[in-house]
Design a protein around this ligand. Structure first.
Ligand code: PGA
Length: 259
């Protein structure tokens, strides 16, 4: 008998897209995703100014949407920030938090990422918490230390029930936007380690979706998604092309049935 295994594929558009191209991309993704099996969840994280457009084009369909960051505050004198409840006003259900680009370029600490995760959860968003090591850290043999510390900083602030509502994305910094994905063995090894950390938090947390991100493309997605602890992907560059993004969603579908 075959067993179903839920998969999740989320696009991270980063700071790309304008009204006209977004419309074409969102329509194509909505249309393509409609034919996917129910075990495959699909989402897109867009730049905040396009939330209204995204809502109007995706509402009523199966593709979820959200943002790439939220403020650590709920409201107030924080010029330029976007609060989680504002995002929810536009029907969003996802927010990436702690992406390595935010950790690096905006000096976000592990503690700040944890607070942002709490704000997202309070507002009813699913936080997609990103962790990942640099090439230097990997070569120094400290990958588990780095990603373990990044994850623990978040888990320590959450109850078991809250932690069960997060998604975790392992994104090795050296694989992001470089075309050099982690091998499926490298990714699986870190995912298994992260799974053990999640399991230690409580039985309800053991099964949170663990996504891999970093140069996922149509031609490597299936091999990555077949790994036992890889539940899908967080897709940057390839999420900007409907055809590529949908091909990756199809790879998730192909790996969602285990015989
Ligand atoms: P990439 O980005 O797929 O372009 O490597 C992934 C990410 O940063 O989320």
């Amino acid at each position: 008998m075959s067993k179903q295994r839920a998969k999740l594929v989320i696009g991270n558009w980063k700071m790309h897209g304008r009204l006209a191209e977004n419309a074409a991309l969102l329509q194509a993704v909505a249309q393509g995703a409609a034919g996917l099996p129910a075990e495959v969840g699909v989402g897109v994280c867009v730049p905040s100014p396009y939330l209204a457009q995204t809502q109007s084009l995706l509402e009523g369909g199966r593709v979820l949407w959200g943002v790439q960051d939220v403020s650590a505050f709920t409201h107030g004198a924080y010029t330029g920030e976007v609060a989680a409840p504002m995002v929810v006003d536009f029907g969003a259900s996802l927010s990436i938090v702690g992406h390595s680009e935010r950790r690096a370029y905006h000096r976000e600490s592990a503690e700040l990422v944890a607070v942002k995760t709490q704000r997202a959860l309070e507002a009813g968003l699913t936080p997609v918490v990103c962790v990942g090591e640099t090439l230097e850290e990997r070569e120094a043999g400290s990958t588990e230390q780095v990603v373990g510390d990044q994850l623990d900083a978040v888990l320590v602030k959450l109850s078991e029930a809250e932690a069960a509502r997060i998604v975790v994305a392992y994104e090795p910094v050296w694989a992001i936007g470089t075309g050099q994905s982690a091998t499926s063995d490298q990714a699986q090894a870190v995912h298994a380690f992260l799974r053990s950390r999640l399991t230690a938090k409580g039985a309800a947390v053991a099964d949170v979706p663990l996504l891999y991100g970093g140069s996922v493309k149509p031609d490597n997605a299936e091999e990555l998604f077949r790994q036992p602890d890889i539940d899908g992907g967080l897709i940057g560059g390839a999420s900007l092309k409907a055809q590529d993004f949908l091909a990756i969603c199809k790879a998730a579908a192909a790996t969602s049935v285990v015989s």
